[in-house]
Design a protein around this ligand. Sequence first.
Ligand SMILES: *[C@@H]1O[C@H](CO)[C@@H](O)[C@H](O)[C@H]1NC(C)=O
Ligand SMILES: *[C@@H]1O[C@H](CO)[C@@H](O)[C@H](O)[C@H]1NC(C)=O
Ligand SMILES: *[C@@H]1O[C@H](CO)[C@@H](O)[C@H](O)[C@H]1NC(C)=O
Ligand SMILES: *[C@@H]1O[C@H](CO)[C@@H](O)[C@H](O)[C@H]1NC(C)=O
Ligand SMILES: *[C@@H]1O[C@H](CO)[C@@H](O)[C@H](O)[C@H]1NC(C)=O
Ligand SMILES: [Cu+2]
Length: 389
Amino acid sequence: MFIRTYFLFLSVLNIVRSGPVEKKFSLNRRSDGPYPLDEVDKLQDASLAKFEAYLAKHPSKSGCTLETAIKRLEWSDMPEAQRKEYTKAVLCLQSKPPKSPRDKYPGALNRYDDFVATHETLAFELHSTEHLFPAHRLFIWAYEKALREECGYTGYQPYWNWARTADDPINSPLFNGNDSSMGGNGAPSVYPGIPAMGFSKPYDMIPSAGGGGCVTTGPFKNMTVSLGPLGKIVSNIPDNPQADGFGSNPRCLRRDVNKYAAAVTTANYTYALITQAKTADDLENVMLGTPAKNDWGVHMGGHYTIGGDPGGDFFSSPGDPVFYLHHGMIDRIWWIWQMQDPDNRMNVLPGNAPLNDTVDLKWTAKPVMTWDMLTNIGGNNGSFCYIYV
Ligand SMILES: *[C@@H]1O[C@H](CO)[C@@H](O)[C@H](O)[C@H]1NC(C)=O
Ligand SMILES: *[C@@H]1O[C@H](CO)[C@@H](O)[C@H](O)[C@H]1NC(C)=O
Ligand SMILES: *[C@@H]1O[C@H](CO)[C@@H](O)[C@H](O)[C@H]1NC(C)=O
Ligand SMILES: *[C@@H]1O[C@H](CO)[C@@H](O)[C@H](O)[C@H]1NC(C)=O
Ligand SMILES: *[C@@H]1O[C@H](CO)[C@@H](O)[C@H](O)[C@H]1NC(C)=O
Ligand SMILES: [Cu+2]
C-alpha cells in the first residue's frame, strides 16, 4: 500500500528496491517582505477565521492557540540576520557529535547526519501513505528543536514557498549563494536529467539545468555530505562503502537548482492542489504526482528544484539542508487544506493507520502516536504549537 506514495520520488532513481465566532486573530505579517502575497497565501489568510472558530469548539488540551503558536516564516520573510543565524545553527549541528549507534551508522559523522540516518533507515516507514504527512511533520519539528536546544538558534524553522522561486530559482534569496542564502547552485556538470518513471515523453525526464556539481557559494560551500547515496541522480558521486548506504562517504554537497522542476511549483499548482483535493488521500496523491495528467506534482517539483546529491536521493535527501524548508511547505499545505473544512479534515489522515499506530524517529525524537499529529495546534501531546505565516 505504501508503494503508491513513494513511487514517484523513488521511481526516478536508477535503482529498484523494494456557532460563528468573531475573527480576532490577525497574522501581523512582515509588511516590508520582498514578495507580494500569492493566491495560496491569501487562501491561508482567508481560512484562519474558520480555523479559529473550530479551535474555539475544540480547544487544545495543552492550551496552544493561534495567538500563542510560534510562527514559522517563509525564508525570504525572515530578516537577513535571522537567516544567517539559522544557517549558522545548521552548521553547528554539523559540528556536534552524533547520537545514532556508531556500529550501524559509521557514516553519520555528526548530529545533523543523525537526521539523515533516521530518514534513510526508516525511508519506507516514513513514506507510507499514512505516515508521509505526520512523520515529516515530526521530523522537521525535531530538527527545529535540535537547532534551538542543541545549537542555541533563537528563531523557528523557516519554510520555502516554492512560488517565490519558481520563475528564477538560481537568483532567488534561497539559492543566490550569498551569505544570507541557503547556498548557491552546483558547479556546471553533465548528467542526463532526472528520469520520471511512469511518465510518457517528454515528461519522462526532468531535463538537466546544467548544474549538478559541487556547491561553491554560500554557507554550505564547505559542507561534508557523508551518508548515502542510495540513488544517484548526478554524475561523479562516489559509491558508499556499505551497501546499506550508512558508511562514511565524505563528499561535497551537489545541486542542480533546476528551473524545469521549479516551473511546476508556481502558486497556481499549489492552489489547485489544495482547493481541488476532496480527501486527504487525494491531497497526498496529487501532491506526489499524476503521470496520467503529465503532472510531476509539487512534491517532486520542490525536491528536484534542489536536485543533485543528496538532495535528489529519495533516501538521503535530508542531507541537503533545504530539505527541511521544502517539507515545511508540504506541512503548510496540509494545514491550509485542513483549514478549508476543519470539522471534516482535522481528524483524517491519508491511508489507514490503526489507532495505536506510532512513529518512532529513534535518536531524533521520542515515539509519537500517529493520530496525535493531525494538528499543529496542540498535536504531539501539546508539543506542536506552531503556524505558518
Ligand atoms: C543577498 O541576497 C538577498 C536576496 O536577494 C539580498 O536581499 C541581500 O541584499 C543580499 N546580500 C548581500 C550581502 O549581497
Ligand atoms: C570554508 O573553509 C575554509 C577553509 O577551512 C574557510 O577559510 C572558510 O571560511 C570556510 N567557508 C565557509 C563559508 O564556511
Ligand atoms: C499554472 O500556470 C501555468 C502558466 O500560466 C500553466 O502553464 C499551468 O498549466 C497552470 N497550472 C495549473 C495547475 O493550473
Ligand atoms: C495495535 O492494535 C492491534 C489490534 O488491536 C494489535 O494487533 C497490534 O499488535 C497493536 N499494535 C501495537 C504496536 O500495539
Ligand atoms: C503529555 O503531556 C502531559 C502534560 O505535559 C504530561 O504530563 C504527560 O506525561 C505527557 N504524556 C506523554 C505520553 O508524553
Ligand atoms: Cu522524506
